[in-house]
Design a protein around this ligand. Sequence first.
Ligand SMILES: [Fe+2]
Length: 446
Amino acid sequence: MNFIIFIFLFISSCQCFIPKFNRQYTKNFYQKDYSIHLNNEHIFLKNITGFYGLIGPNYDFHNVTSLMDLFTGDGVVQGVFFNKGNITFHNHIIQTEKLLFEQKHGKNKHNLFTLALSMLKIFPVPSGTANTALHQFQNQTLALYETDYPYVLHLDMDKFNISTIGKQFINKISSISAHSKFNEQTIDTIHYNILKKEVQFLTLDKKYNLIDKIKIKTKYMPVIHDFINTEKYVIFADCPLQINFKSIFNSKFPIHLNNKLPTFIHIINKQTKQIETFSMDQGIYIFHFSHFEENENSYIIQAPQLDEVDFSNLVFKPKLREININRKNKYVLNKKYSELENIHMDFPVKINSTHTILSIVDKEVGFTGFTICENMKITKKILFENTVIIGEPQVINISNTSYIISFTEKNNQNYISFVNLKTFSQNEILIPMSIINGFHSMIVQT
Ligand SMILES: [Fe+2]
């Protein structure tokens, strides 16, 4: 993504030469942090202490026109603290080096000279917006972005407050994945290099020291958003993204998915460091994986797949499919299910070892509901009336009952909402201010 964002900023800074490509200026939604006590009348929430947080760009999604606008927006966390029935909404604009630099020197200073300086690490990384994912590791909260170091945040569970501590430097590595996998004592992550066409699988210890590295050459320009990580394997999709500079003159972003080329699946055995590469004859892009399993005969990879990717617009039509790799003859089958080809969904969140929640995507409206899937079968569809889900949900356990928790919007009002996964009843609490959409979320229960 670093190279893509470099091209994006390059084009943005060349608007005078290429007048057709015209990125609009988007105003930040939040100008400051707010804390608001919410009026809670739900007794079941007296049995929970913790935090639900959603991270995303500090833009009203209604005002942006492309995926690239969203990827380059400054990171903001919107969260709700729970303390035995007391509930507080808090938002925090992450104080990234980029943001602090712009506060001091002004916005829109990006040009080819400042971009070159940022590549030399004299200026802050222009794409370091810390806006993609939240994770907990070693009692710290991390805000991650695909082409930067993590930012450490402090969640004050007593004062219901979020603050930025700062960037976590990692020696010998320039960035880690926003979808890094956090174990108790280690981090499994990837770093990709587009010019070398190489992905590095990295293991870090709890102090962020590099303890293992496996290099994998890719067939295409690697922009790897997420990967599968098991005890034995790391797996990622090498998708046919291509650069077409002619697109700039048609007002289009010059990177797209060529779905006529094959997709390659790399399966790396972490113990033997052997790499197996399999070719699938359809060009697809995968943002997130929902399930992986292996048996004697097959590797099975379930994931929402995109047949089209264009960073110039907001078209997002992921379809849940199953890639079945025959281990003996290497044949790869991309299994499509008619029920799943007619519905768009992404943001898989595991409920348990067998069931996953996915958010239903409606291009015109946003996320309009959830499906619960057991492998490739929808076992339950949860649709709200006149309600849009804001960002990735989580599953929270309250008194031995699981609930889906998410922010929602209904009739221009915002809520923190709960769906009981036994009864499917819905409860909500009004947030008396407007909030914005986001990407990934996190739950902390204490
Ligand atoms: Fe993601």
